[in-house]
Design a protein around this ligand. Structure first.
Ligand code: NAG
Length: 239
């Protein structure tokens, strides 16, 4: 009798089942890039504003209210990062998905539409990338392919003064630049003709504050064969 009852309830649950609405599976998430500030006091996330454009919102962890800190009604904000300087964020936007990211610095202490972000790079056709951000220093490393679309120069940005200093003039290496926790460039990588990946470290001739891609300023550190590449890359980047 019990078994019969269970079978009926089981079947009934199928009959009542509804198809999951398509937009719940495929639409943009309401909240994304949720991220805690380095001091643990604020949660920030991306969400659409009332015009449906993705902007940055913040919420203090010990209180309930939420506020919007960017006021863009035209272009979506694609992503953001906290920095080591309190209340200072970096965020990026592209033009209709062209992936040529423009990069901005924003002080979120007093959010208002009049509080303009500082433009780090908004040149058309240039793709800005955050190469390193240790969430401690007042400096971050920014990559800009401002000379040749294939190669990123690396600049150190001072988050207080907005001064940009080029520390790596790069005419050779793809933007797979490995940086340590003190924001020192340690390794670059270059593909060899046989498909292996060669990692190079700065030689004794290199000035770490003024690197170039000249041959005598880099020495081979590691050669990774084509079949070992996928795993080896992950291990190096995780460290
Ligand atoms: C951010 O803005 C606040 C308030 O105007 C100011 O006190 C603080 O120095 C600013 N931070 C930076 C890094 O400029």
């Amino acid at each position: 009798m019990l078994r019969y009852f269970l079978a009926i309830t089981f079947l009934a649950s199928f009959i009542n089942a509804q198809i999951i609405p398509r937009d719940q599976l495929f639409s943009d998430p309401k909240y994304s890039s949720v991220s805690l500030s380095p001091d643990g006091s604020i949660i920030a996330y991306l969400a659409p504003n009332e015009k449906g454009i993705s902007n940055i919102f913040t919420k203090c962890v010990t209180c309930q209210h939420t506020k919007v800190v960017t006021f863009d009604n035209k272009r979506h904000i694609n992503g953001f990062q906290w920095t080591g300087v309190p209340n200072v964020m970096l965020y990026y936007q592209d033009l209709d998905g062209d992936e040529n990211y423009k990069l901005y610095k924003l002080n979120i202490t007093n959010p208002s539409p009049q509080n303009e972000p500082h433009i780090i790079s908004d040149r058309p056709g240039v793709k800005a990338a955050i190469i390193a951000n240790n969430l401690v220093d007042r400096r971050v490393l920014i990559g800009l392919n401002d000379e040749n679309p294939a190669y990123h120069n690396v600049y150190e940005l001072d988050l207080y003064t907005n001064e940009m200093t080029r520390i790596f003039h790069n005419k050779r290496f793809p933007p797979q630049i490995i940086v340590d926790n003190d924001l020192q460039i340690r390794l670059v990588a270059e593909e060899a003709d046989d498909g292996s990946l060669i990692y190079l470290r700065p030689s004794s001739k290199a000035n770490p504050r003024k690197l170039t891609s000249d041959k005598d300023t880099w020495v081979q550190y590691l050669k990774v064969s084509p079949e070992d590449r996928p795993l080896t890359l992950e291990l190096i980047l995780d460290n």
